[in-house]
Ligand binder design. Structure first.
Ligand code: UDX
Length: 428
């Protein structure tokens, strides 16, 4: 079976929604469950509740063709489905372990509704061994099918994934789930559940390792007077290394990398395995954020108390409105803690009263307003619009024109010409 399956997708979030849309585009009939009233209302009204390039168009297309519809409850979606995809959140607990209450809650809810032979597919990132728990709760065959999509390119990643991983003790069931994606043309890796679950954590831990490596390397470049951009160019042409995921920045964030590295460390500890390398990767990420804060202090002339600092960008990366575990919001809050008046602008955050994660920060309507009276401005998210600002105008509204470019997005020569003192990451 390559097309025409009846599929339920539980959860219309950053993973569930692109997954449901892609499966519908592959020719399956998909029912997607979303229990949040506001989100459900938006979806049935044809609105997309998250910022994600191309998702609105894809949803409109598959809904119009009858390939996708939305319902309120997981039980309703699961009724009559041959495959039920779990795409619910698995938040991090304070100790770094994974909170499985949503996965277990949904598993309990759908258990009564499952048709004989229905397969439960777990896309949520879960600790190694969770598939067996879900199997126990649902009494169905469970296939682990980890998701590798990135926010901001979720549609492309869902329609054309680099690979599809399916893991189950029943390899036939795993293969059937893999075949649902055959239209994508992606290589299929069929394995056992524990291995599939481990692949997801290993991928994100490796990506985090690359990023922490390049951020530490940037620090070294500053110490020895090298330019990290050319160092990365020299590294990247080696095909064993490649160019991807080697842009230094204010640290890595988002809903996956921080949570999954913490979870993997926890899993390793529980298994009695000392994953010291991963601990160092996580701690280097905290240092990366702190180094940006130190740079702001330096360019602003020292003590930040009583000074104003402008912040450009609040999301954890460009192309999304997601601020979960965003290095940008962490740096903004830290600057406020150090006594600065922080004026921030992000294209996805409306001006006005600060949301809870930005308490103490003034949210401004544009990049210029954020710099009014500032002793320094720090660019934290690589939004394209920051490249084309009128920097003379920016300098005019600032108390003193100083800029920390934590994404190496801007041209230092042009900025110095506009009167700025400029500090990038890993550049002399
Ligand atoms: C990540 C994984 O890439 C994806 O496979 C998984 O399914 C979910 O987690 P995402 O959270 O969308 O995806 O973000 P990603 O694009 O991986 O970026 C993670 C963080 O690293 C961001 O804070 C980003 O700004 C930072 N980053 C990324 C860099 O600082 N430099 C880079 O070169 C790349």
């Amino acid at each position: 079976m390559t097309t025409g399956a009846r599929i339920a997708v539980i959860g219309a979030g950053h993973v569930g929604l692109p997954t449901a849309a892609a499966l519908a585009r592959f020719g399956h009939t998909v029912v997607c469950a979303e229990r949040d009233d506001e989100r459900f209302g938006a979806l049935v009204a044809g609105k997309v509740p998250i910022v994600e390039e191309g998702l609105g168009e894809l949803l409109a297309e598959v809904v119009a063709k009858g390939g996708l519809r939305f319902v309120r409850s997981a039980a309703e979606a699961a009724r009559g489905a041959q495959f039920v995809f779990l795409c619910v959140a698995t938040p991090e607990r304070d100790d770094g372990s994974v909170d499985l209450s949503f996965v277990e809650g949904v598993a309990t809810e759908i258990a009564r509704e499952l048709e004989p032979g229905a397969i439960v597919v777990n896309k949520s990132t879960v600790p190694v061994g969770t598939a067996l728990d879900v199997e126990r709760i649902t009494a169905a065959t469970v296939v682990s099918n980890p998701e590798f999509l990135r926010e901001g390119s979720a549609v492309r990643d869902s329609l054309r994934p680099d690979r599809v991983v399916v893991g189950a003790d029943d390899r036939g069931a795993a293969r059937r789930v893999g075949e649902l994606f055959s239209e994508s043309g992606a290589p299929l890796i069929v394995t056992d559940t524990v291995t599939a679950e481990t692949i997801k954590y290993a991928s994100n831990a490796f990506l985090a390792t690359k990023l922490s490596f390049v951020n530490v390397l940037a620090g070294l470049c500053e110490s020895v007077g090298a330019d990290v951009r050319d160092v990365v160019l020299g590294l990247g042409y080696d095909r064993r290394i490649g160019f991807d995921f080697l842009r230094p920045g204010p640290g890595w964030g988002g809903s996956c990398l921080p949570k999954d590295t913490a979870a993997l460390l926890h899993i390793a500890e529980d298994a009695g395995y000392d994953f010291a390398l991963l601990r160092a990767v996580i701690s280097a990420n905290e240092d990366a954020r702190e180094r940006v804060v130190r740079k702001v202090e330096d360019v602003a002339g020292g003590d930040l108390s009583g000074r104003t600092v402008g912040v450009w960008g609040l999301t954890f990366k460009a192309g999304t409105d997601d601020r979960r575990i965003s290095p940008a919001t962490a740096v903004a809050r830290r600057l406020a803690e150090l006594g600065a008046t922080v004026r921030a602008y992000d294209p996805t955050v409306p001006a006005g009263p600060a949301p809870a994660d930005l308490e103490g920060v003034v949210v401004c309507a544009d990049a210029y307003d954020a710099c009014r009276g500032a002793s320094a401005v720090v660019l934290l998210t690589e939004w394209d619009e920051f490249r084309s600002l009128d920097f003379t105008k920016v300098a005019d509204v600032m108390a003193s024109p100083a800029l920390v470019d934590a994404r190496n997005l801007l041209d230092p020569v042009a900025l110095r010409r506009a009167g700025f003192s400029y500090a990038g990451i890993g550049r002399p």
